[in-house]
Design a binder for this molecule. Structure first.
Ligand SMILES: [Fe+2]
Ligand SMILES: [Fe+2]
Length: 325
Protein backbone atom coordinates (compact mmCIF):
# COMPACT_ATOMS: atom_id res chain seq x y z
CA UNK A 1 0.00 0.00 0.00
CA UNK A 2 1.13 3.52 -0.65
CA UNK A 3 2.02 5.71 2.27
CA UNK A 4 -1.56 6.00 3.48
CA UNK A 5 -2.99 6.54 6.91
CA UNK A 6 -5.16 3.63 7.99
CA UNK A 7 -8.66 4.81 9.00
CA UNK A 8 -10.58 2.36 11.20
CA UNK A 9 -14.34 1.90 10.69
CA UNK A 10 -16.68 2.07 13.67
CA UNK A 11 -17.69 -1.44 14.74
CA UNK A 12 -20.78 -1.52 16.97
CA UNK A 13 -20.55 -5.33 17.06
CA UNK A 14 -17.63 -4.94 19.37
CA UNK A 15 -18.83 -2.43 21.94
CA UNK A 16 -15.92 -1.11 23.99
CA UNK A 17 -18.18 -0.11 26.83
CA UNK A 18 -21.82 -1.14 27.27
CA UNK A 19 -22.68 2.23 28.80
CA UNK A 20 -21.78 4.07 25.61
CA UNK A 21 -24.56 2.13 23.89
CA UNK A 22 -26.95 2.84 26.79
CA UNK A 23 -26.34 6.59 26.31
CA UNK A 24 -26.89 6.27 22.54
CA UNK A 25 -30.14 4.34 22.96
CA UNK A 26 -31.51 6.61 25.68
CA UNK A 27 -30.90 9.78 23.68
CA UNK A 28 -32.72 8.38 20.64
CA UNK A 29 -35.60 7.09 22.78
CA UNK A 30 -36.31 10.58 24.04
CA UNK A 31 -36.20 12.26 20.66
CA UNK A 32 -38.43 15.34 20.47
CA UNK A 33 -39.00 18.56 18.55
CA UNK A 34 -40.09 21.89 20.06
CA UNK A 35 -42.79 22.48 17.44
CA UNK A 36 -44.75 19.56 18.91
CA UNK A 37 -45.30 21.46 22.16
CA UNK A 38 -48.24 23.86 22.07
CA UNK A 39 -46.38 26.97 23.26
CA UNK A 40 -49.08 29.17 21.67
CA UNK A 41 -51.31 28.21 24.59
CA UNK A 42 -49.07 30.43 26.74
CA UNK A 43 -49.77 33.59 24.71
CA UNK A 44 -52.74 34.67 26.78
CA UNK A 45 -50.85 34.45 30.08
CA UNK A 46 -47.77 36.02 28.52
CA UNK A 47 -49.61 39.21 27.62
CA UNK A 48 -50.22 40.04 31.26
CA UNK A 49 -47.06 38.43 32.66
CA UNK A 50 -45.26 40.83 34.98
CA UNK A 51 -41.63 39.81 34.55
CA UNK A 52 -41.30 39.48 30.78
CA UNK A 53 -37.91 41.13 30.89
CA UNK A 54 -36.38 38.50 33.16
CA UNK A 55 -38.05 35.70 31.23
CA UNK A 56 -36.66 36.90 27.90
CA UNK A 57 -33.15 37.27 29.33
CA UNK A 58 -33.30 33.80 30.84
CA UNK A 59 -34.12 32.33 27.42
CA UNK A 60 -31.54 34.52 25.68
CA UNK A 61 -28.85 33.23 28.04
CA UNK A 62 -29.89 29.63 27.54
CA UNK A 63 -29.79 30.11 23.76
CA UNK A 64 -26.18 31.22 23.95
CA UNK A 65 -25.13 28.23 26.05
CA UNK A 66 -26.80 25.75 23.71
CA UNK A 67 -25.30 27.50 20.68
CA UNK A 68 -21.86 27.15 22.23
CA UNK A 69 -22.49 23.52 23.06
CA UNK A 70 -23.65 22.77 19.48
CA UNK A 71 -20.97 24.63 17.59
CA UNK A 72 -17.92 24.18 19.80
CA UNK A 73 -18.44 21.88 22.78
CA UNK A 74 -19.66 18.60 21.35
CA UNK A 75 -17.76 19.08 18.07
CA UNK A 76 -14.38 19.63 19.74
CA UNK A 77 -14.75 16.87 22.29
CA UNK A 78 -15.97 14.42 19.62
CA UNK A 79 -13.12 15.42 17.34
CA UNK A 80 -10.39 14.68 19.86
CA UNK A 81 -11.95 11.72 21.66
CA UNK A 82 -10.21 8.66 20.17
CA UNK A 83 -13.07 6.21 20.95
CA UNK A 84 -15.22 5.88 17.82
CA UNK A 85 -18.37 4.91 19.69
CA UNK A 86 -18.03 7.76 22.17
CA UNK A 87 -17.48 10.07 19.18
CA UNK A 88 -20.79 8.87 17.70
CA UNK A 89 -22.62 9.49 20.99
CA UNK A 90 -21.12 12.97 21.32
CA UNK A 91 -22.07 13.81 17.73
CA UNK A 92 -25.63 12.68 18.46
CA UNK A 93 -25.69 14.86 21.59
CA UNK A 94 -24.48 17.77 19.42
CA UNK A 95 -27.51 17.35 17.15
CA UNK A 96 -29.80 17.62 20.17
CA UNK A 97 -27.94 20.75 21.30
CA UNK A 98 -28.94 22.29 17.97
CA UNK A 99 -32.57 21.32 18.66
CA UNK A 100 -32.31 22.95 22.11
CA UNK A 101 -30.83 26.16 20.71
CA UNK A 102 -33.62 26.31 18.10
CA UNK A 103 -36.38 25.62 20.61
CA UNK A 104 -35.81 28.93 22.44
CA UNK A 105 -36.26 30.75 19.13
CA UNK A 106 -39.54 28.89 18.71
CA UNK A 107 -40.70 30.20 22.09
CA UNK A 108 -39.51 33.73 21.23
CA UNK A 109 -41.33 33.63 17.87
CA UNK A 110 -44.51 32.50 19.60
CA UNK A 111 -44.49 35.03 22.43
CA UNK A 112 -42.54 38.10 21.24
CA UNK A 113 -42.46 40.49 18.31
CA UNK A 114 -39.39 40.99 16.10
CA UNK A 115 -38.14 44.10 17.89
CA UNK A 116 -38.28 42.39 21.25
CA UNK A 117 -36.41 39.37 19.86
CA UNK A 118 -33.70 41.58 18.34
CA UNK A 119 -33.32 43.32 21.68
CA UNK A 120 -32.76 40.02 23.52
CA UNK A 121 -30.13 38.84 21.04
CA UNK A 122 -28.34 42.20 21.33
CA UNK A 123 -28.44 41.88 25.11
CA UNK A 124 -26.88 38.39 24.87
CA UNK A 125 -23.85 39.79 23.05
CA UNK A 126 -23.43 42.62 25.53
CA UNK A 127 -24.06 41.00 28.92
CA UNK A 128 -20.64 40.67 30.51
CA UNK A 129 -21.50 37.81 32.90
CA UNK A 130 -23.05 35.74 30.16
CA UNK A 131 -20.15 36.39 27.80
CA UNK A 132 -17.69 35.67 30.62
CA UNK A 133 -18.99 32.14 31.13
CA UNK A 134 -19.19 31.55 27.37
CA UNK A 135 -15.57 32.69 27.03
CA UNK A 136 -14.25 30.61 29.91
CA UNK A 137 -15.89 27.44 28.64
CA UNK A 138 -15.15 28.02 24.94
CA UNK A 139 -11.47 28.72 25.67
CA UNK A 140 -11.16 25.30 27.31
CA UNK A 141 -13.02 23.61 24.45
CA UNK A 142 -10.72 25.12 21.86
CA UNK A 143 -7.53 24.20 23.76
CA UNK A 144 -7.76 20.42 23.28
CA UNK A 145 -4.58 19.03 21.76
CA UNK A 146 -4.16 15.88 19.67
CA UNK A 147 -3.43 12.73 21.72
CA UNK A 148 -3.50 14.70 24.97
CA UNK A 149 -5.68 13.27 27.71
CA UNK A 150 -5.18 16.24 30.01
CA UNK A 151 -6.68 18.86 27.69
CA UNK A 152 -9.40 16.38 26.65
CA UNK A 153 -10.35 15.78 30.30
CA UNK A 154 -10.42 19.53 30.96
CA UNK A 155 -12.80 20.04 28.03
CA UNK A 156 -15.05 17.24 29.31
CA UNK A 157 -14.97 18.82 32.77
CA UNK A 158 -15.97 22.17 31.27
CA UNK A 159 -18.77 20.49 29.33
CA UNK A 160 -20.19 18.95 32.51
CA UNK A 161 -19.96 22.37 34.21
CA UNK A 162 -22.00 23.84 31.38
CA UNK A 163 -24.61 21.09 31.12
CA UNK A 164 -25.10 20.10 34.76
CA UNK A 165 -24.47 23.45 36.45
CA UNK A 166 -24.48 26.67 34.39
CA UNK A 167 -27.74 25.97 32.58
CA UNK A 168 -29.66 25.84 35.85
CA UNK A 169 -29.68 29.54 36.68
CA UNK A 170 -31.82 29.76 33.54
CA UNK A 171 -33.83 26.54 33.87
CA UNK A 172 -34.97 27.68 37.31
CA UNK A 173 -37.39 30.32 36.10
CA UNK A 174 -39.54 28.37 33.62
CA UNK A 175 -39.60 25.43 36.05
CA UNK A 176 -40.61 27.71 38.92
CA UNK A 177 -43.37 29.31 36.88
CA UNK A 178 -44.53 26.10 35.18
CA UNK A 179 -44.78 24.40 38.57
CA UNK A 180 -47.36 27.03 39.51
CA UNK A 181 -49.30 26.80 36.27
CA UNK A 182 -47.75 29.88 34.67
CA UNK A 183 -46.44 29.63 31.08
CA UNK A 184 -46.63 25.87 31.42
CA UNK A 185 -46.07 24.97 27.80
CA UNK A 186 -42.82 26.89 27.55
CA UNK A 187 -41.74 25.19 30.74
CA UNK A 188 -42.56 21.86 29.14
CA UNK A 189 -40.00 22.62 26.42
CA UNK A 190 -37.47 23.31 29.17
CA UNK A 191 -38.32 20.00 30.81
CA UNK A 192 -37.53 18.20 27.57
CA UNK A 193 -34.21 20.04 27.27
CA UNK A 194 -33.39 19.30 30.90
CA UNK A 195 -34.04 15.62 30.33
CA UNK A 196 -31.44 15.60 27.53
CA UNK A 197 -28.96 17.55 29.64
CA UNK A 198 -29.29 14.96 32.39
CA UNK A 199 -28.01 12.27 30.02
CA UNK A 200 -25.32 14.52 28.58
CA UNK A 201 -23.98 15.42 32.02
CA UNK A 202 -23.91 11.81 33.15
CA UNK A 203 -22.39 10.53 29.87
CA UNK A 204 -19.67 13.14 29.45
CA UNK A 205 -18.95 12.92 33.19
CA UNK A 206 -18.51 9.17 32.81
CA UNK A 207 -16.25 9.51 29.75
CA UNK A 208 -14.24 12.06 31.75
CA UNK A 209 -13.89 9.65 34.68
CA UNK A 210 -12.45 7.00 32.35
CA UNK A 211 -9.84 9.49 31.11
CA UNK A 212 -9.14 10.70 34.66
CA UNK A 213 -8.52 7.18 35.97
CA UNK A 214 -5.59 6.80 33.58
CA UNK A 215 -3.62 9.60 35.30
CA UNK A 216 -1.12 9.16 38.14
CA UNK A 217 -2.39 10.30 41.55
CA UNK A 218 -0.22 13.41 41.48
CA UNK A 219 -1.68 14.50 38.14
CA UNK A 220 -5.18 13.69 39.38
CA UNK A 221 -4.70 15.98 42.36
CA UNK A 222 -3.38 18.77 40.16
CA UNK A 223 -6.40 18.43 37.84
CA UNK A 224 -8.81 18.40 40.78
CA UNK A 225 -7.40 21.71 42.01
CA UNK A 226 -7.78 23.11 38.49
CA UNK A 227 -11.37 21.85 38.36
CA UNK A 228 -12.48 23.23 41.73
CA UNK A 229 -10.88 26.59 40.94
CA UNK A 230 -12.73 26.75 37.64
CA UNK A 231 -16.00 25.81 39.33
CA UNK A 232 -15.56 28.50 41.98
CA UNK A 233 -14.76 31.12 39.39
CA UNK A 234 -17.81 30.15 37.34
CA UNK A 235 -19.94 30.14 40.49
CA UNK A 236 -18.88 33.66 41.47
CA UNK A 237 -19.76 34.83 37.98
CA UNK A 238 -23.07 32.95 38.13
CA UNK A 239 -24.01 34.75 41.36
CA UNK A 240 -23.55 38.10 39.63
CA UNK A 241 -25.42 36.90 36.54
CA UNK A 242 -28.30 35.69 38.70
CA UNK A 243 -28.49 38.98 40.64
CA UNK A 244 -28.44 40.83 37.34
CA UNK A 245 -31.24 39.03 35.53
CA UNK A 246 -33.49 38.10 38.47
CA UNK A 247 -33.31 41.52 40.21
CA UNK A 248 -36.95 42.46 39.54
CA UNK A 249 -38.36 39.11 40.70
CA UNK A 250 -36.82 38.78 44.19
CA UNK A 251 -35.95 35.17 43.36
CA UNK A 252 -32.14 35.50 43.41
CA UNK A 253 -31.54 33.61 46.71
CA UNK A 254 -33.64 30.65 45.52
CA UNK A 255 -31.93 30.58 42.13
CA UNK A 256 -28.48 30.61 43.75
CA UNK A 257 -29.40 27.69 46.03
CA UNK A 258 -30.55 25.76 42.96
CA UNK A 259 -27.31 26.65 41.16
CA UNK A 260 -25.23 25.35 44.11
CA UNK A 261 -27.30 22.16 44.20
CA UNK A 262 -26.58 21.58 40.53
CA UNK A 263 -22.88 22.44 40.91
CA UNK A 264 -22.73 19.55 43.37
CA UNK A 265 -24.50 17.30 40.87
CA UNK A 266 -21.97 18.27 38.19
CA UNK A 267 -19.13 17.26 40.51
CA UNK A 268 -20.86 13.96 41.23
CA UNK A 269 -21.16 13.29 37.48
CA UNK A 270 -17.38 13.72 37.30
CA UNK A 271 -16.80 11.36 40.22
CA UNK A 272 -15.57 14.19 42.45
CA UNK A 273 -16.55 15.26 45.97
CA UNK A 274 -19.30 17.84 46.27
CA UNK A 275 -18.38 21.36 47.26
CA UNK A 276 -21.44 23.13 48.67
CA UNK A 277 -23.32 22.07 51.82
CA UNK A 278 -26.72 20.46 51.29
CA UNK A 279 -29.59 22.93 51.50
CA UNK A 280 -33.27 23.08 50.80
CA UNK A 281 -34.25 23.81 47.21
CA UNK A 282 -37.46 25.62 46.34
CA UNK A 283 -39.95 22.73 46.30
CA UNK A 284 -41.89 24.18 43.37
CA UNK A 285 -38.81 23.81 41.20
CA UNK A 286 -37.95 20.36 42.52
CA UNK A 287 -41.46 18.99 42.16
CA UNK A 288 -43.18 21.37 39.77
CA UNK A 289 -42.78 19.29 36.67
CA UNK A 290 -44.21 16.23 38.36
CA UNK A 291 -47.16 18.05 39.91
CA UNK A 292 -50.58 16.95 38.83
CA UNK A 293 -51.28 20.38 37.45
CA UNK A 294 -48.35 20.20 35.09
CA UNK A 295 -48.84 19.24 31.47
CA UNK A 296 -45.63 17.30 31.50
CA UNK A 297 -44.66 14.24 33.48
CA UNK A 298 -40.88 14.36 33.38
CA UNK A 299 -40.36 10.73 34.22
CA UNK A 300 -42.89 8.88 32.16
CA UNK A 301 -44.00 10.59 28.99
CA UNK A 302 -43.46 13.50 26.71
CA UNK A 303 -46.22 15.71 28.07
CA UNK A 304 -49.88 15.98 27.34
CA UNK A 305 -49.28 18.08 24.26
CA UNK A 306 -46.66 15.67 23.04
CA UNK A 307 -48.01 12.21 22.45
CA UNK A 308 -45.58 9.79 20.92
CA UNK A 309 -43.92 6.69 22.29
CA UNK A 310 -43.46 6.51 26.04
CA UNK A 311 -39.93 6.99 27.22
CA UNK A 312 -38.45 4.95 29.98
CA UNK A 313 -38.01 6.74 33.26
CA UNK A 314 -34.64 8.25 34.10
CA UNK A 315 -33.77 7.73 37.71
CA UNK A 316 -30.78 7.00 39.89
CA UNK A 317 -30.51 3.44 38.56
CA UNK A 318 -30.69 4.37 34.85
CA UNK A 319 -26.99 4.90 34.67
CA UNK A 320 -25.94 2.44 37.36
CA UNK A 321 -22.47 1.56 36.18
CA UNK A 322 -22.04 -1.37 38.54
CA UNK A 323 -24.32 -3.65 36.47
CA UNK A 324 -22.47 -3.02 33.28
CA UNK A 325 -18.82 -3.40 34.12
FE1 LIG B 1 -28.48 21.57 25.41
FE1 LIG C 1 -26.28 19.01 26.43
Amino acid sequence: MLNLKSYPAINWNKVNNELTKVFWDQQWKQMWLPEDVAVSKDIKQWKSFEYQNTYKKVFGGLTLLDTLQTNIGMNEIAKFNPDLQEKAVLTLFGAFEAVHAKSYSYIFTTLCNNDEIEEVFDWVEKNEYLQYKANRIADIYTSIKEDDDESLWKAMFASVMLESFLFYSGFFYPLYLGGQGTLRNSSEVISLILRDESIHGVAVGYFAQNVFNKFEVEKQNELKVWGYELLLDLYQNEVKYTDDIYAETGLSPDVKAYVRYNANKALMNLGLDTMFPEEEINPIVMNGIRNEGSTFDFFSQKGSTYTIARVEAINDSTFDYSNLK
